[in-house]
Design a protein around this ligand. Structure first.
Ligand code: ADP
Length: 495
C-alpha cells in the first residue's frame, strides 16, 4: 500500500433542491442533510431531507405524467435519452469530481461510471424501439390473437451509493424508454450525484413528472412509495436484507419487483490458469471501487499447486496499490464510503484472524495522517481462510482478498455454490471443457471466464438465489418495465 497526496478540488454541488414534478423543490419540512466526503470528512453539500409526504407528491407527479408519457412515440423517448447522454457526456469532468467527492472512488473510475451511463442511455434509446409484440397463430378461424408491450406504470427506483450515477441511469433509462415514469430514492450517502443526474435529465427537456428524485430518509420514503397503489413497479439495488423487506412490503399491492442484491462471488484459479491474467482480474474484481461492488470477488479459491505463488503476487499487488484521496491522479484506491463501512470490514477481518487466518498484507483501518479525517482501509490479503469465517459467508464490501486453497474441481464447485447468494463467479483456467462445465454448474447469474468484466449496457446483469430477481441491462432490462397485453380480435364471417 502506497500513500498518495491529498488533492484539493472544488466541486460545484447542486443546490439543496430535488426534482419533483418538473420543479426543483426543497423538502416540505425545509430540512436538509449533509453529504460527507469520505476522504476528508468535509461536507460536500446539503440535500433535501424528504419524507413520506414528499414521496407521495413525487408519485402524484409521476402518475399524472404517465398518462401522456406512455403515449409518446418511441422516437420521442429515444431522442430524450440521447440528449441526456450528450449532456452527461459534456459534464463528465464536473460530475466525475462530484462522484469522487461524495463516494470516494478515484476520478478515473468515476469517469468510467459516467461513460457507462452514456452507454446505457444510448442502448435504451435504441432498445425502446424494439419492444415488439407478437401475432400468435390462432386455433379459431374467426379470431386473431396478438400481443402488445405496454409500460408497467409508475416505477419506484431505490438506488445504492457504490455506483451512484449509473445505478440511477440503469433503472431510469429502460423505464423511460418503455414509457414508464420514475420516482428515484437515492442512497443517503450520495444524494448529490443523483440530483446532478436528474439535472441532466431536466436540462435535456424531460417532461415534468417523468423523472423525479426524492432524497432523504429511506424508511419513510420507502414506506410511502411501497404503500402507494399507483406505484406499479419497484426496482431496487442494495443489500439482501433491505431487498427482502422491500419485497415483503411490495406484496400488499402486488407490485412488479426487480432486485439486485448482495453477492458473494467466488474467484476460482485453477492450476493451469494464466496467473498474470488472474492477478489482473483480481486487481479489478477485488480492488476496484475499494471492493465495494456486489460483483467484487469475495472468496478467492486457488488450487494448492499455485496457492503460494498467487498469494505472493497478490500480496505484492495489494502492497503497491496507491491509497488516497480519489482526486489525486495517482490514487488507485480511495476511501470506503463511510466510517461504518470501515468498522464492518475491520470486524470481518478480525473475526477471520481470530479463527486462524494469516494477514499477508494490510489487515486494518488506516488511521494515521493523511488518512485520519477519512474512512480508509488498507488493501488486505488473507491466507489460510476457511468456511467458518464470516468474510466467507458474508459480503465483505471492502479491499480484502481472502485466499482459500482447494484440490479438485468438484470440491471447489461445491464450496463456491455453498452460499445463499448467486450473483457472479469468476473462473480462471486454460481448459475450455472445465471452464464451460463450471459455467454450467455455478449457480449464479453471471460467470466471468478469464475475465471479470460482466457488466455491459447490452448484457443482462442480475443474480440467482438471494442475489435478486430480474435483470438489468440488455433486452431483459427493458422487459422489466413492460407488461404483455393480449388482444383477442373477433373477425366474424369471412369476407
Ligand atoms: P447498503 O447497506 O449497501 O447501504 P442498503 O440496502 O442499506 O445498502 O441501501 C440501498 C438503498 O436502499 C439505499 O438507497 C438506502 O437508502 C435504501 N434503503 C435502506 N433501507 C431502506 C428501507 N427500509 N426502505 C427503503 N429504502 C431503504
Amino acid at each position: 500500500m502506497v500513500t498518495t497526496a491529498t488533492a484539493s478540488a472544488t466541486v460545484h454541488a447542486p443546490d439543496a433542491l430535488m426534482l419533483v414534478g418538473g420543479r426543483w423543490v426543497a423538502a416540505r419540512s425545509g430540512a436538509t442533510f449533509p453529504s460527507v466526503d469520505p476522504a476528508t470528512g468535509a461536507i460536500v453539500g446539503e440535500a433535501p431531507a424528504g419524507e413520506g409526504a414528499d414521496a407521495t407528491l413525487a408519485v402524484d407527479a409521476a402518475h399524472e405524467a404517465f398518462a401522456s408519457w406512455s403515449r409518446t412515440t418511441v422516437h420521442e423517448r429515444a431522442a430524450l435519452l440521447r440528449r441526456v447522454a450528450a449532456i452527461l457526456g459534456g459534464r463528465e469532468g464536473m460530475l466525475a469530481e462530484l462522484i469522487t467527492a461524495e463516494q470516494g472512488k478515484p476520478l478515473g473510475e468515476a469517469r468510467n461510471e459516467l461513460r457507462f451511463c452514456c452507454h446505457l442511455l444510448e442502448w435504451y434509446a435504441e432498445e425502446g424501439r424494439r419492444a415488439y409484440g407478437q401475432w400468435i397463430p390462432d386455433p379459431l378461424a374467426d379470431r386473431r390473437l396478438l400481443t402488445m408491450r405496454r409500460p408497467v406504470g409508475v416505477a419506484a427506483a431505490i438506488t445504492p451509493w457504490n455506483v451512484p450515477a449509473s445505478m440511477v441511469v440503469r433503472k431510469a433509462a429502460p423505464a423511460i424508454a418503455a414509457g414508464c415514469t420514475v420516482v428515484v430514492k437515492p442512497a443517503e450517502q450520495t444524494p448529490l450525484v443523483a440530483l446532478a443526474v436528474a439535472r441532466a435529465f431536466d436540462d435535456a427537456g424531460t417532461p415534468p413528472g417523468v423523472l423525479n428524485v426524492v432524497t432523504g430518509g429511506p424508511e419513510p420514503i420507502g414506506a410511502a412509495l411501497l404503500a402507494d397503489v399507483r406505484v406499479r413497479k419497484l426496482t431496487f439495488t442494495g443489500s439482501t436484507e433491505v431487498g427482502r423487506a422491500l419485497l415483503r412490503a411490495s406484496a400488499d399491492t402486488v407490485k412488479r419487483v426487480s432486485l439486485e442484491l448482495g453477492g458473494n462471488a467466488p474467484f476460482v484459479v485453477f492450476d493451469d490458469a494464466d496467473l498474470d491474467a488472474a492477478v489482473a482480474g483480481l486487481r479489478a474484481a477485488k480492488f476496484r471501487n475499494g471492493g465495494q461492488t456486489c460483483v467484487s470477488a469475495n472468496r478467492v479459491f486457488v488450487h494448492h499447486d499455485v496457492a503460494a505463488q498467487l498469494g505472493a503476487r497478490l500480496r505484492a499487488l495489494a502492497w503497491e496499490l496507491r491509497v488516497g484521496d480519489g482526486r489525486a491522479p495517482e490514487t488507485e484506491i480511495g476511501p470506503l464510503v463511510d466510517r461504518r463501512a470501515v468498522e464492518k470490514v475491520a470486524a470481518a477481518v478480525e473475526d477471520a484472524v481470530a479463527r486462524g487466518a494469516r494477514v499477508l498484507t494490510g489487515g486494518s483501518a488506516l488511521t494515521e495522517p493523511p488518512y485520519d479525517a477519512g474512512s480508509f482501509f488498507a488493501p488486505t490479503v488473507l491466507a489460510g481462510v476457511h468456511s467458518e469465517m464470516r468474510l466467507v459467508q458474508e459480503e465483505i464490501f471492502g479491499p480484502v482478498a481472502p485466499l482459500i486453497a482447494f484440490d479438485d474441481a468438484r470440491e471447489v464447485l461445491e464450496a463456491a455454490n455453498a452460499t445463499p447468494y448467486g450473483l457472479t463467479a469468476y473462473v480462471y483456467t486454460r481448459d475450455l471443457r472445465r471452464a464451460l462445465r463450471m459455467a454450467e454448474e455455478l449457480d449464479v447469474g453471471m460467470v466471468g471466464i478469464n475475465d471479470t468484466r460482466v457488466s455491459a449496457a447490452e448484457a443482462p446483469f442480475g443474480g440467482t438465489k438471494q442475489s435478486g430477481l430480474g435483470r438489468e441491462g440488455g433486452r431483459e432490462g427493458l422487459d422489466e418495465f413492460l407488461e404483455t397485453r393480449l388482444v383477442a380480435l373477433g373477425l366474424g364471417e369471412p369476407l
